[in-house]
Design a binder for this molecule. Sequence first.
Ligand SMILES: Cc1ncc(COP(=O)(O)O)c(C=O)c1O
Length: 370
Amino acid sequence: MSVPLLDLKAQFATIRDEVVPALLAAVESQQFIMGPAVGELECAVAGLCHTREAIACASGTDALLLPLKAMIASGDEVLTSPFTFFATAGAIWNAGGKPVFVDIEPGTFNLNVEQVADAITPRTRGIVPVHLYGQMAVIERVMSLASTHGLMVLEDCAQAIGARRRIDGAWRMAGELGTASAFSFFPSKNLGAWGDGGMMVTQDADLAARLRRLRTHGGAKQYHHDEVGTNSRLDTIQAVVLKAKLAYLDRWSAARRTHAAAYSAAFADLEGLTPPVTDPANEHIFHQYTVRCERRDHLVAALKAAGIGCAVYYPTPLHLQPCFASLGYRDGQFPEAERASREVVSLPVYPELTDAQRHEVIDVVRRALR
Ligand SMILES: Cc1ncc(COP(=O)(O)O)c(C=O)c1O
């Protein structure tokens, strides 16, 4: 039995009767740019994230870039993780900032906050914590450091929509506490569009107004430009799809957690494989179920031979990417990010995975490492 890493066709089968008529209605309206569904989606995402404002845009990358353009100046240092998708640091660079990398915690793969504190300099302007694989970084400590040093915080929530963390006895959502936060609706994300899409959220009404301007060439009024922005709108038809899918997000996340718990129980006694660690304060949404394995190449080969989808997110940490050579980092500087890049592999954890498929993945992994 082959098992894909992600099965969007299986997901489509469960929502087809709802989404296709809604999509057809949007097409019949012929209002493709900023139609009513965009505003409705913004309200729904603000509600989910407990934020005052949500501003849709064209991608998760733009959802990082526009707040950075609004909040940092050329040459400002911005602290972030070297173990993330490229866009996190690429956006800092493209906004004119200097990415300054800080190592990760080995358990959660998220930023090591002690090391963030040590990396702050007079030139530091902000921190971009990434909630990797669907669980939140220690955001309360990031926020408290930021407040002590007068820094902005941009949460990279691209992989963490609906994730939450218990802080001082209350649940706080991914995206709720940062100065601004960025979401991606890339099709493979837990809430995926049928193309590119993104969302920025913030509690700050002035910042939200600025982000709204930046996504439409920097003008609040047509043909009047207060600053230079760009075209980063979300298509109406993507908003229609996302609005329909949003109603399923909680149950999809719960199904992902069920699969993750079953995998972790089945792998608990397996030598040579470390299941992912969930910080007890976190409710994980398992965008990825990512294990560590010292014999990763062997495991990946066995999975591939058995027709099981898997992927390595991410094989090269960002401080070692050729495009950042001018930043002067070297191999060995962030040992945990580098070790993670050598050891991680993600297994199928999509909501529609059947029990039989999950058992097949478990069998293949166990046989490979016996
Ligand atoms: C952590 C992280 N940041 C940013 C992005 C960029 O999002 P998009 O692909 O929608 O531009 C992604 C998506 O792949 C991501 O995983």
